[in-house]
Design a binder for this molecule. Structure first.
Ligand code: SF4
Length: 326
């Protein structure tokens, strides 16, 4: 189970027992191993920077228990119709000027209708023409829809597994785990890179977290991006009031993701606003090497760009150029 050379530690045949054993290691041992793996595959002082824009907000028919965009929960969120492509491209241009190299477009849909997809395809073409990496998260896709997005120039598709298969039914009842895996397979088959992760602190057990990472780490190939979110508790959603996850456990999961998926970008995503600079520094030390950057992360706050610049300066971190992941 020891990591060997740079190529020798990429594997998709992890057993659940191996992942469990890694997770149970003393913290210092886990961090040392994660750092060793990280340094074999990445510049440890470079962090990839993405910006996320909500292109259609709220009124989603799904019932994800963490999400203020579900039509089922009264969270006071203002709904917004699908944006015009020109407006999205203008926001992407501003994100590029602020240092982002990847631009993610998120829409609160169960799955896109074909006429919506035409609009999104126009956005993708416009954003790609700016030299940015493009990413979209639009819900479930058919293989034909995935191919349409690929043809428009989409580089990444985000579709999270969220948690373990065993716990999934506690969080979402309007679709099943296999639906998620089917969309991921359609995205991969279309030749689009996969961005897939989950949310910690939803009341799941440590075993659920281990099983969730085991599922990700046995996808072949691994997702190129792995967002690890810390639950943002939004009043009005069923998960408001869930006991917060221990911060050391959060860092452990980041380290575990790094060890299991050595070449993936592990991204600190939602919940970063609630993390101290010291916790973020520990996450970078554990192998996190991507963040979302910008004022808002879909509908919850994100640290503003100035405090991110200051933290990067204190840690000697620099943004990773887009070409590094191409
Ligand atoms: S997470 Fe996505 S699919 Fe679930 S309710 Fe929110 S917008 Fe809809």
């Amino acid at each position: 189970m020891d990591g060997d050379g740079a190529a020798g530690d990429i594997r998709c045949d992890w057993t659940l027992a191996q992942v469990r054993a890694l997770h149970a290691q003393p913290f210092s041992d886990l961090m040392h191993r994660a750092q060793s793996v990280h340094r074999r595959h990445f510049d440890p002082n470079a962090v990839q920077v993405s910006t996320l824009l909500s292109i259609k907000t709220g009124a989603c028919p799904e019932d994800c228990a963490y999400c203020p965009q579900s039509i089922r929960y009264d969270t006071g969120l203002e709904r917004e119709a699908l944006m015009e492509p020109a407006a999205v491209v203008a926001r992407a241009r501003a994100a590029r000027a602020a240092g982002a190299t990847r631009f993610c477009m998120g829409a609160a849909w169960r799955s896109p209708k074909d006429r919506d997809l035409d609009m999104v395809a126009e956005m993708v073409e416009g954003v790609a023409a700016l030299g940015l990496e493009t990413c979209a998260t639009l819900g479930m896709l058919t293989p034909a829809q995935a191919r349409r997005l690929k043809d428009a120039g989409l580089h990444y598709y985000n579709h999270n597994l969220d948690t373990s298969e065993a716990y999934y039914g506690e969080i979402i009842t309007t679709r099943c785990y296999q639906d998620r895996l089917d969309t991921l397979a359609a995205v991969r088959a279309a030749g689009i890179r996969v961005c897939c992760g989950g949310i910690l602190g939803m009341g799941e057990t440590a075993e659920d977290r281990v099983a969730f990472l085991h599922t990700l780490a046995t996808l072949d190939p691994h997702p190129e991006s792995v967002p690890i979110n810390n639950l943002v508790q939004v009043p009005g959603t069923p998960l408001a009031g869930t006991p917060a996850l221990d911060t050391i456990e959060f860092v452990r999961i980041v380290a575990l993701a790094r060890i299991l998926m050595p070449r993936s970008h592990v991204r600190l995503s939602a919940g970063r606003a609630g993390m101290s600079d010291e916790m973020q520094a520990l996450c970078f030390l554990a192998g996190a090497n991507s963040i979302f950057y910008g004022e808002k992360l879909l509908t919850t706050g994100n640290p503003d760009t100035e405090s991110d610049h200051a933290l990067f300066g204190r840690l000697g971190i620099r943004p990773e150029p887009a070409a590094a992941e191409a």
